[in-house]
Design a protein around this ligand. Structure first.
Ligand SMILES: C[S@@+](CC[C@H](N)C(=O)[O-])C[C@H]1O[C@@H](n2cnc3c(N)ncnc32)[C@H](O)[C@@H]1O
Length: 320
């Protein structure tokens, strides 16, 4: 079960991958996003300072850290549970693996019909930690978060209006609960990273002309039924999207390189120019990328949609 840690052939860095499935995860878009990296970074083959202020599952961070050694990473999210998980993996990966292995063993010892009860008991245990609001038992808490993410329906992290995890049981025959080699690789990738619960604007305090900042904020909902902002209880409004644009302006002034992705509102309403108007100044370039996304609660309604990619720098050659 435990094979060798995979390494990227180009750089020999450990190949850490997202350790959680996360709503809005960017895994499927990386092949396109990588065509739009700043030419200076591509030429230098390294990144001085990398900021991901809406880190979520961190798909872009993990991809970049395998291909462009990052001198210093700053990973923020407003969600304290995801940040606790990153910090625990960075600082206490050995204890975490032990705890997860125990959960895995217990889960597979139980016959499938009774696994559902085990899942709901662990969900209650996890929610008790959240509702007490004290930052304690960090290893157990992170282990439970990963366990629930791997065994719940659709592998999501969704909370209700009180901030409690409310995804039902998933009925997977053989989920990988403790991916030891990946957790170790993730821990290596996170060494030296600043990981904090912060609003996205915090990056202004630390960024400079040597920084690459990737913003992947909660999507503007692309249909009235698709509520993709459900993973935080306070949502992300158009006012926040505008506040974020101001942060992009300040970063641009200091010479930082900025990339921002979001859903394209034109998927639903071709007349909706929200982002085109918001980023209308000359320094911003907007491209539209192809993505596959669930556009409805009904998983049969997966379809091709566009995502927008905004950046504040030119490329040597624009991809077609
Ligand atoms: C689209 S997801 C990011 C997905 C991520 N790029 C990935 O690949 O998994 C957006 C994230 O923004 C976080 N968030 C929401 N509002 C925020 C805010 N004001 N400041 C920082 N993070 C915020 C959410 O908790 C969520 O994890």
């Amino acid at each position: 079960m435990h094979t060798q840690t995979k390494t990227s052939p180009k750089t020999c860095l450990p190949a850490g991958r997202p350790f959680l499935k996360w709503a809005g995860g960017k895994g499927q878009l990386i092949n396109q996003i990588k065509e739009y990296l700043p030419p200076e970074i591509v030429a230098a083959k390294r990144i001085e300072k990398y900021f991901e202020p809406f880190v979520g599952g961190g798909a872009v961070f993990f991809w970049l850290s395998q291909h462009y050694p990052i001198k210093k990473a700053y990973l923020y999210d407003i969600n304290p549970e995801i940040i606790t998980a990153y910090q625990t993996i960075r600082d206490r990966v050995r204890e975490l693996i032990k705890e997860l292995q125990q959960l895995e063993e217990q889960y597979f010892k139980i016959r499938p019909p009774r696994r559902e009860k085990f899942f709901y008991d662990r969900r209650t245990e996890y929610n008790n930690f959240i509702s007490v609001r004290i930052k304690n038992h960090l290893v157990r808490r992170t282990a439970l978060m990963i366990f629930l993410n791997k065994t719940c329906f659709n592998g999501l992290f969704r909370v209700n209006s009180q901030g409690l995890f409310n995804v039902p049981f998933g009925r997977y025959a053989n989920p990988t609960i403790c991916d030891e080699e990946n957790l170790r690789a993730v821990s290596v990738a996170l060494q030296g990273a600043e990981i904090e619960v912060k609003d996205f604007k915090h990056c202004l305090k630390k960024a400079d002309a040597n920084s690459l900042v990737y913003f992947d904020p909660p999507y503007r909902p692309i249909s009235k039924t698709a509520n993709f902002t459900a993973y935080i209880k306070d949502g992300f409004s158009d006012k926040d999207q505008k506040r974020l644009k101001k942060v992009c302006d300040e970063l641009s002034e200091m010479g930082a390189k900025v990339i921002l992705s979001n859903s394209d509102p034109k998927n639903v309403d071709p007349e909706d120019d929200f982002f085109d108007e918001l980023f209308s100044q000359k320094q911003y370039k907007i491209r539209r990328l192809d993505a596959t996304r669930m556009i409805n609660c009904n998983s049969e309604k997966r379809g091709m949609i566009k995502e927008i990619l905004v950046r504040n720098y030119p490329l040597l050659k624009e991809p077609k």
